[in-house]
Design a protein around this ligand. Structure first.
Ligand SMILES: NC(=O)C1=CN([C@@H]2O[C@H](COP(=O)(O)OP(=O)(O)OC[C@H]3O[C@@H](n4cnc5c(N)ncnc54)[C@H](O)[C@@H]3O)[C@@H](O)[C@H]2O)C=CC1
Ligand SMILES: O=C(O)CCC(=O)C(=O)O
Length: 527
């Protein structure tokens, strides 16, 4: 039974799902060194934001197939290191959207009405009605930095509260922003004109300290900023100073550059114009169930050999296209494997052509599958959908993808051309019916054969007796032929012969086959 390590608190609903297929060990609060020590036993790791999954942990995880982040941000996982090792990283892109947006709204309102201090004051026995005069958000301008899932939900709620909306997000269109009732503007204008600024962007090298002293200096002295996205997007020292010096009115912060927040963080000494929560954005009962189920299901599926629906490091495989593409992914992998065995030596160039109806689909997963097949001879089980593209790039394989929807011999077909040190080969294949894979041409000679484990391909001159001679050769080595087909363009011209064999070809037989008069070349293929 596979083993899953759950190293952060996860809702029981997720544990129950994992327990259907794996031994689940819940072991929270481990140090990095402890994780490195125990991770070699585990096939999967499930985390929230608490565990930092470093390169060292990933390197030590020799059995790891998947890292599941029960939440959105995967900045606590060294995703490039996981990709290189062929470990799929999944998250729950939507499970806590509402929770995070509602927390940011709560932060905006509680900061505006001094709720934390008023609450503390009443609980300490005081009744200070004049001390806590707040401000309304109605008719104020809200600047949303990052108009993705959480930013959009905040926008809809803020609109309903009568706020005017600005948004900064270089990756969305003005039309999309307009649909959400936002005016898309540059960051500088947003900082200058907003009464409230809320951040909903990922932490990336580009967004680190995006909000620094200079950017903060553009804000109105009456403006307030909310960060329920990621620590490190705001320069915390600059923020503390801006509030203390009255350059801005306040801030509400849920996430920090170092979590837990250090005892001597400048944010702790700002006083009453800052509201701090300990990374609670996703902490609702509903969100915790959602993310736990979402990620546990994906870990279960991957451990069962099925695809994950929200993999962050498998290029371009979207959940709704997986089912439709599945037989074509299998076809691409088979053809990649076949063409690499025909090519024999190193392949430097691969052209992947999507034909017919397939040409109207997402190409990236098909290309990745073809690369996985192509590299499987060299890398065996070390190559998978996660690292195939990187491995190909590192080996200097130039990959070109083309489409031709006008080729309609089959509903959808796939053509691969590989060039390498020993020459050039092409293969084409199609999916018949629901999921029957056929090889439909080899080196441009038409055939129609099902791929089998052991095959022999020959390039020869179409002439009387040649098939019989190959049959006798194989017979003399005690190899049984399951099926045989010849593909040719003209009678007595060049041709290919494709034989499916019940047994693997013994050593030395190829050299004998090549000696048969009329045979130009012969290739053993194991699929
Ligand atoms: N506090 C908490 O507990 C939680 C925090 N989060 C964090 O919230 C953030 C947003 O999450 P979602 O809305 O689900 O993500 P999303 O991917 O739906 O939206 C992010 C948006 O940011 C935009 N963006 C990316 N780089 C940008 C840049 N340099 N400048 C401006 N816009 C940029 C993208 O175009 C996208 O529209 C993530 O960092 C996530 O980790 C999410 C859930 C809970
Ligand atoms: O796991 C958590 O509670 C944090 C959630 C979060 O930050 C995220 O989903 O990005």
């Amino acid at each position: 039974m596979p083993k899953v390590l759950v190293s952060d608190p996860i809702d029981q609903a997720g544990i129950d799902i994992l327990s259907q297929v794996a031994q689940v060990d819940v072991n929270t609060g481990l140090s990095a060194a402890e994780l490195v020590r125990i991770i070699p036993e585990y096939d999967a790791l499930m985390i929230r934001s608490g565990t930092q999954v470093t390169k060292e942990i990933i390197e030590a995880g020799n059995l790891l197939k998947i890292i599941g982040r029960a939440g959105v941000g995967v900045d606590n996982v060294d995703v490039p290191a996981a990709t290189r090792k062929g470990i799929v990283v999944v998250n729950s892109p939507e499970g806590n959207t509402i929770a995070a947006a509602e927390h940011a709204i709560a932060m905006m309102l509680s900061m505006s009405r001094h709720i934390p201090e008023a609450n503390a004051s009443v609980k300490s026995g005081k009744w200070e009605r004049n001390r806590f005069i707040g401000v309304e958000v109605y008719k104020k301008t809200l600047g949303i930095v990052g108009l993705g899932k959480i930013g959009s939900h905040f926008a809809a709620s803020a609109k309903a509260m009568g706020m005017k909306l600005l948004a900064y997000d270089p990756f969305i269109s003005a039309e999309r922003a307009e649909q959400l009732g936002c005016r898309l503007v540059e960051l500088e204008l947003l900082m200058r004109e907003s009464d409230y600024i809320t951040l909903h962007i990922p932490k990336t090298p580009e967004t680190k300290h995006l909000i620094n002293a200079e950017v903060l200096s553009k804000m109105k002295p009456t403006a307030r900023i909310i960060n329920c996205a990621r620590g490190g997007i705001i320069d915390e020292a600059a923020l503390a100073e801006a509030i203390k010096e009255g350059k801005i009115a306040g801030a509400a912060i849920d996430v920090y550059e170092h979590e837990p927040l250090e005892a001597d963080s400048p944010l702790r000494s700002v006083g009453q114009n800052i509201v701090l929560t300990p990374h609670l954005g996703a902490s609702t009962a509903e969100a915790q169930v959602n993310v736990a189920i979402d990620v546990a299901e994906q870990i279960r599926d991957v451990l069962l050999g099925l695809p994950a629906r929200s993999a962050v490091n498998i290029p371009g495989i979207f959940p709704d296209s997986i089912e439709k593409l599945k037989p074509y992914l299998q076809l691409a992998e088979t053809l990649g494997n076949l063409v690499s065995q025909l090519a024999g030596g190193r392949v430097d160039y691969l052209n992947v052509q999507l034909q017919g109806e397939l040409a109207n689909n997402q190409s990236q997963p098909v290309v990745v599958a073809a690369l996985k097949g192509l590299l499987s001879q060299a890398l065996r089980e070390r190559v998978n959908y996660v690292n195939a593209s990187i491995e190909a790039k590192e080996r200097g394989i130039r990959v070109v993808e083309t489409r031709d929807a006008s080729i309609r011999d089959y509903t959808g077909s796939l053509h691969l051309m590989a060039k390498g040190t020993l020459g050039e080969h092409t293969v084409t294949g199609a999916v018949l019916g629901e999921n029957e894979i056929r090889i439909t041409s080899v080196d441009d000679f038409p055939v129609n054969v099902s791929p089998t484990h052991h095959m022999l391909f020959t390039l020869h001159r179409d002439m009387p007796g040649i098939i019989g001679k190959i049959g006798s050769q194989l017979g003399s080595f005690n190899v049984n032929i399951a099926s045989m087909q010849v593909g040719r363009k003209i009678v007595r011209g060049d041709a290919v012969m494709v034989l499916s064999l019940d047994d693997p070809l013994p050593e030395g037989i190829l050299a004998e086959i090549i000696k048969v008069p009329g045979i130009r070349d012969a290739y053993t293929v194991n699929l």
